[in-house]
Design a protein around this ligand. Structure first.
Ligand SMILES: C[S@@+](CC[C@H](N)C(=O)[O-])C[C@H]1O[C@@H](n2cnc3c(N)ncnc32)[C@H](O)[C@@H]1O
Length: 558
């Protein structure tokens, strides 16, 4: 396509040039006589032809450079970003295709059968789905700018190289920063805040720490993380800051505080504009529109690069929390306010993940609750006990509390427990016929518990919880289940004290790493024979990237 455009451009250019030439020839014929050999400035036909060639080469070079600059902009904004590679058709990503093939083989479906029958794949909106972004920050030196502009180079004065703060992603396998302005998969509130942040860092000349660049300071801003609260669309901002090595240099943290004050001021200005009931976006196009939920600083003083922008030993400070309450969550039958401070795991696409929770609820209702409530001997309408491993802040478990008598959630991250209990204390339900949200009753609240422990320790130390669970939910990180968890799940624990209703145990496995899932599937189903796959589904939570979230529902083989 670019070739067609370029050809068109050249054609127009040629047409313009040839009409100009014929006019010039006419002028020459009418007015000035042609230069003759021996005249000053006379050029032979060869010299004229060479001069024309040089002019043409110069013009072509200029055109090519400008069009390739445009092309590069497009590339750098899209194709170079690996998370956008499969955006036009997310289902052709290799991992998605592998997963489809895997479940086709396992279900013995014939080639060519629509995968909806054995592995339905949900693809949510392709744009604006990312609610959380962790980005690197660097300062790029701009090329020296020539002033004066005249042809006489002696009149030019050299300006000091100016540097520009850029925020973006590291190109995979490198520390080369790829700016991602207006990234289409980012929630627009992320893009808006990043733009303002870049401008403010430039205006305030905020020091940027870059341990690949010896010429920068030994302190400064090194990363940023932005998350958007879904109910209010406000931004949670984390500024990751490297402190100076010398204690007496603490004053060097001042630019950080200036930046924070400035951002809070801008956020308050947006809040005021919104309160006046005017639309801030139409009021003043130049106004910097940010609406902050909170600002946190994480002091990451390590000198080395690591995959994680937060340092386990680093200090955290909350610098600002909004004080208005415009949370407008609709009344849900079960309202679970989850807490996600920056130290805990938060799904990047919570809208997409809520579809997973809806499906889990549906499966539990259809496969486990409804069949048992149809049996005349069963009095229960809930599912007994649930054990959740790798539970985070309770994103899945807390959204299922109405279906179980008791839930024990767990995770190894010590920051989760407080968030889990804060949320559990605030859960409200509409279940008394009044139509109003009510807090859950005390006995129910007491049956919602949390253990801060690795999953491997839980299955050993709290073995009885695993034994009595009607449903076990696991949502491990990409590396999959820890070997002791697989061992415990494959152990022969179907004794008479197995779950109170003596029903088949179920295992719901939510996986974000397909290779690890495949390995764990083989251990659970094929090697041990203890589990049977009932259903599997895929969710493309990050359209554009090569990933799939797999949800597999297993029942324990009798
Ligand atoms: C993919 S996240 C899922 C969390 C939660 N279900 C959610 O959706 O927010 C994986 C979780 O496993 C936790 N984790 C990682 N390794 C663990 C381990 N060995 N034992 C227990 N938890 C672990 C992490 O802290 C993280 O919260």
């Amino acid at each position: 396509m670019s070739e067609v455009n370029n050809n068109n451009k050249n054609n127009y250019a040629n047409t313009d040039a040839s009409s100009k030439k014929s006019k010039q020839n006419k002028k020459r014929k009418n007015k000035s006589p042609q230069l003759q050999p021996g005249d000053p400035n006379y050029k032979t036909p060869t010299q004229l032809r060479n001069a024309r060639k040089r002019r043409k080469t110069k013009t072509t070079k200029a055109t090519t450079t400008s069009s390739s600059t445009n092309f590069n902009n497009v590339i750098s904004n899209n194709n170079n970003d690996p998370s956008l590679k499969y955006l036009s058709n997310p289902k052709i990503a290799p991992t998605v295709r592998n997963a489809i093939r895997f479940f086709r083989d396992k279900s013995c479906a014939p080639m060519g059968e629509n995968h909806d029958t054995y592995f339905p794949v949900t693809v949510g909106p392709k744009i604006g789905w990312r609610h959380i972004a962790r980005l690197a920050i660097q300062r790029r030196k701009k090329k020296t700018i020539q002033q004066g502009g005249g042809s006489d180079s002696s009149t030019n004065t050299k300006k000091k190289p100016k540097s520009k703060t850029r925020i973006g992603l590291f190109v995979p396998g490198s520390h080369e920063l790829l700016p991602v302005p207006d990234c289409p998969v980012h929630h627009r509130r992320i893009n808006e805040l990043i733009k303002v942040l870049e401008e403010e860092c430039n205006d305030l000349n905020v020091p940027i720490f870059d341990n690949d660049d010896d010429t920068t300071d030994d302190f400064g801003l090194r990363y940023v993380a932005v998350a958007v609260e879904r109910s209010t669309q406000k931004q949670q901002l984390v500024l990751v800051w490297k402190e100076p090595d010398e204690i007496e240099d603490k004053n060097k943290n001042k630019p950080l505080n200036t930046l924070i004050k400035r951002l809070v001021k801008l956020s308050n200005a947006t809040a005021k504009a919104t309160d006046r009931n005017s639309s801030p976006s139409t009021e003043n196009h130049n106004q910097k529109l940010i609406r902050l939920h909170s600002i946190w600083v994480h002091y990451n003083n390590s000198w080395k690069h690591s995959n994680s922008i937060f340092d386990r030993t680093g200090r955290w400070e909350t610098k600002f929390v909004h004080d208005d309450d415009d949370n407008d969550i609709d009344a849900d039958p079960l309202r679970v306010p989850l807490y996600f401070p920056p130290q805990v795991f938060r799904q990047a696409n919570l809208d997409g993940f809520s579809k997973i929770i809806v499906n889990i609820r549906e499966w539990l209702n259809e496969q486990l609750l409804l069949p048992s409530s149809r049996k005349p001997t069963t009095t229960t309408t809930t599912l007994g006990h649930c054990l959740e491993l790798y539970g985070g802040v309770g994103t899945i478990g807390l959204n299922l509390i109405d279906l179980f008598d008791s839930i024990e959630s767990s995770d190894e991250n010590p920051f989760n427990e407080k968030c889990f209990h804060a949320a559990a204390n605030e859960i409200t339900t509409i279940d008394d016929g009044s139509g109003r949200q009510q807090p859950i009753i005390k006995s129910k609240r007491d049956s919602i518990t949390y253990i801060t422990k690795s999953a491997s320790d839980v299955v050993v130390d709290n073995y009885s919880s695993l034994q009595k669970a009607r449903v076990v939910i696991v949502d491990p990180p990409r590396k999959g289940l820890d070997p002791p968890v697989i061992d415990a799940l494959c152990r022969d624990y179907e004794t008479s004290d197995n779950n109170e209703h003596h029903q088949q145990q179920a295992l719901i496995y939510v996986s974000c790493g397909f290779d690890a899932f495949r390995r764990d599937y083989e251990a659970l189903v094929e090697k041990s024979g203890k589990w049977t796959l009932d259903r599997a589904e895929g969710h493309i939570l990050f359209p554009g990237s090569d990933a799939i979230e797999t949800v597999a529902y297993f029942t324990r083989t009798k």
